[in-house]
Design a protein around this ligand. Structure first.
Ligand code: CA
Length: 221
């Protein structure tokens, strides 16, 4: 799961990332409207968070251009208090929800999750592979009914493999879904998470097969 935040206030974005990344959500960040219009069509985002007060273009214009270009990704608008009057216009232009600054991070995360659940192509609320169950709404996993203690990136890798259980998941896809553009990725990072997951799934859980040179495949035991 990957979202795009279009917001010029970088300290606000750092706070938002702290709420999202531990939940296994990769965050890309653009500080300008034109920059965002450039990247939005090229990535499979589950959600776009759009600030109305951007330095180059009004957020309303960014919203209208995204929708005019056929972008169907849910869009959550962030407005400063004085811009609240614009919210109806934004909803009419195709926004899905809005939040007025300042807002509570818990409320932000809840709205993000609600919109992502409605997003096209979202994973089912619970993913299953044999005796392993992953609840996407709470980002928790159980193996034979017992909670599986996973770190956030292990959880994110697991969710991607489970959503496509039985099929090859390419390593590049795992990297793009789990890391943001601005995060350094160690060459063996994915191998490391896969190794930890195999250890935690143990002998009784589903198997993660390595497809040499291509990626990984999860299958029931
Ligand atoms: Ca702003």
């Amino acid at each position: 799961m990957r979202i795009l935040i279009i917001e010029d206030d970088t300290s606000l974005v750092s706070g938002l990332k702290k709420a999202l990344v531990p939940a296994g959500i990769a965050v890309d960040h653009e500080t300008s409207g034109l920059g965002a219009l450039g990247v939005a069509p090229s990535e499979a985002y589950s959600l776009i968070v759009l600030d109305l007060g951007l330095p180059d273009l009004p957020g309303q214009d960014v919203l209208r251009r995204l929708r005019d270009n056929g972008c169907e990704v849910p869009i959550l608008i962030l407005t400063a208090l004085g811009e609240v009057k614009d919210k109806v216009r934004c909803l009419n232009l195709g926004a899905d929800d809005y939040l007025t600054k300042p807002f509570d991070l818990g409320e932000f995360e809840a709205r993000v999750r609600a919109l992502m659940r409605r997003s096209k192509g979202r994973p089912a609320p619970a993913l299953k592979c044999g005796n392993l169950v992953f609840e996407t709404s709470s980002a928790t996993a159980t193996l034979s009914g017992k909670p599986l203690l996973l770190r956030r990136r292990e959880m994110a890798v697991l969710a991607v493999l489970m959503a496509d259980a039985g099929k090859l998941v390419r390593k590049e896809r795992l990297i793009s879904e789990i890391f943001s553009f601005d995060e350094p990725v160690a060459p063996n990072a994915i191998e490391l998470y896969i190794g930890r997951l195999r250890h935690k799934l143990g002998a009784d859980g589903p198997k993660i097969r390595t497809v040499r040179g291509l990626g990984y495949l999860m299958e029931e035991k």
